[in-house]
Structures are given as C-alpha cells and as structure tokens.
Design a protein around this ligand. Structure first.
Ligand code: PSU
Ligand code: MN
Length: 298
C-alpha cells in the first residue's frame, strides 16, 4: 500500500468525520507566478475552511505523498516552483521510487485524493484537448474517467479546444454536471456556447447525483462545472489566446510545458487580468467544493 503522509489537520478531520477537500499543487507551482501563487494557495485553503471543510493540498515531497502541506512546504512550492516537477498520475511512481518532489496535476491529485478517501477536489480548470494539436490530450480526462472523485472546476481552460474536450469527456465516460448552468463554462467566461446535458441548481442535488454515481453504479469521475462569478468574468480574450498559441508554436513549446507557457503568456498579454480572473474562479470552485463535501458528509 502507498504511504500517505497526512497533515495533522487532515488526519484529525478524517478521525472526526469532518469533510475534506483536496487541492492541487501544479496550479501553484506552474500555473501562477510568484508571489500571487502563494496568496492564491492560501486563499484556496481559506475558502475551503470558510465553507466548513478542511483543505488538503496534495504534492509529492522528496518521494512522500503529502495529503495537506505544512505552511513552509506550501511556500516552497510557490516560491521555488521550478524545483517541483509537474506530475500527472502516470509519473507518480517514478517520483516515489527516486524520492523526488513533484507538484500534482488534476490527474495525479485525483488519484492520490481518492487513495486518501477524499471525494471532492477543487481546481481552476482541468486540462483537455489542446488547440492545433488535437493529439495533445491531457491525461486529466482519462484519469478523471476512472477515479471516483468530483472535481469542481470552471470547465476546462479557455486555451483548449473546448468542443473536442467536451466530446472526449463524453467518450471517456466522465459525468459532466453544470452547477447552476446548462453550458460548459470556458474558464475566464461563464459560457462557451457548448450545451451540457446535466445541470444541478443546488448542492444537495449535486450531492445526490454523486452518491448514486459512486455508491449505486460504481461510477468514476464527476466534473462539476462551476462558472466564474459574473463580476470577475474576463471577456474578449480570443486575440490574446491566439497570440499566446502563436508564440508557443514559434518557441516550439509542446508537451507538459505548453499549458504553463500559455498561462504565463496570457498573463503578460493581458497585463495580469488573466491572473485575477484565474484567482476568482479558483476561489469560487473551492467554496463550492466545500459545500459539496459538507453535503456529502451528511
Ligand atoms: N487550473 C488552473 N491552473 C492550472 C491548472 C489547473 O487554474 O495550472 C493545471 C492543473 O494541474 C491541470 C493542468 O491538471 O493545469 C493541465 O496540464 P496539461 O494541459 O499539461 O495536462
Ligand atoms: Mn498535454
């Protein structure tokens, strides 16, 4: 069995039956710039606590799977993000064997959270099918399909090919539910023009769906699509996204480096507006995830 190192607060929550929400570390180490990344990491944990749950930020530190990070580790992750590899679920065994450190993506965090008995996980936006290179499909989708966890996310990132991402989710069998919306949110915006078959207007409804999916049907991942709050929406990004994609192509950026590169480029092109939106949507996801974890614990 894999050894999980629980933070005292998380271990205590498990003992007392207090709901726990998983948070990922790639968003911190590779998705946002210092020092905003540390502020966001702390705010996400705060939003989960404010909602009545306990946050468990997950990362691999010198070969140990940490479920909940001490303050100094969270800071190291943010300050020295480059020291942490970007690990998807498939990469984890290598880091465990070599005792190296890695930030965990949605796929890796989902797998580790499920191992830790955590059923709810908040992030900004999952990976998906990249634009241009339709062969670059994030492992997030496959891992989500086979892992019993509900990921609360503002849809998939706007830098992606959203129609193909939604099709891939369907093919793989991820249950996609709009939280108060009938459209796939597009990360920075509430709408994408892509209709979702299922929507939940209350957290109690979402919790009931999740329970049936897991307990009665042996189902895997659920993607709860939670749109960015209207006041924080960032529209008119199409040209900036095209610019970032063109720059990535010119610079020959592919594979794991692509998403971090595109997010960083967008932050430059929008003079930081994309970071503010990313922060707002992720915080909203953490708050909704806490509500869901509380509802599931009832
Ligand atoms: N959400 C954010 N910022 C991020 C991510 C999610 O707001 O940086 C990360 C997640 O860890 C997700 C990863 O798994 O981006 C997707 O990377 P890729 O496209 O290489 O699979
Ligand atoms: Mn990829």
């Amino acid at each position: 069995m894999i050894e999980l190192v629980f933070a005292p607060e998380v271990a205590d929550a498990r003992d007392r039956g207090v709901p726990v929400v998983a948070l990922e570390s790639t968003l911190v180490a590779h998705g946002l710039p210092w020092p905003q990344n540390l502020e966001v990491a702390r705010e996400l944990e705060g939003a989960v606590r404010a909602g009545g749950a306990v946050p468990a930020t997950i990362a691999v530190v010198e070969g140990a799977v940490r479920i909940g990070l001490p303050a100094e580790t969270l800071e190291a992750l943010a300050r020295e993000g480059a020291r942490f590899a970007k690990a998807g679920a498939t990469d984890l065994a290598v880091h465990l064997a070599r005792k190296t450190s890695a930030a965990t993506t949605v796929s890796a965090t989902s797998v580790l959270a499920a191992r830790a008995g955590i059923r709810v996980f908040a992030t900004g936006g999952i990976g998906g099918v990249h634009r241009g290179d339709a062969a670059d499909v994030s492992h997030d989708l496959v891992a989500l399909a086979r892992t019993p966890i509900c990921v609360v996310s503002a849809g998939a990132k706007a830098i992606l090919d959203l129609p193909r991402t939604l099709e891939a989710l369907e093919t793989l069998g991820v249950l996609v539910v709009g939280v108060g919306t009938s459209e796939l949110p597009a990360f920075y915006t509430r709408t994408s023009g892509l209709r979702l078959e299922h929507r939940a207007d209350t957290i109690a409804d979402l919790a009931a769906i999740a329970r049936h999916h897991w307990d009665d049907l042996g189902g895997g991942g659920i993607l709860a699509c939670n749109p960015i709050p209207a006041a924080s929406e960032l529209t008119g990004l199409d040209a900036a996204i095209e610019q970032a994609l063109a720059d990535a192509a010119t610079a020959g950026i592919t594979g794991k480096r692509l998403t971090p590169y595109l997010l960083a480029r967008l932050a430059e092109v929008t003079a930081g507006a994309s970071i503010r939106a990313n922060r707002a949507l992720a915080l909203h996801d953490a708050a909704v995830a806490a509500q869901l974890a509380v509802a599931l614990a009832r």
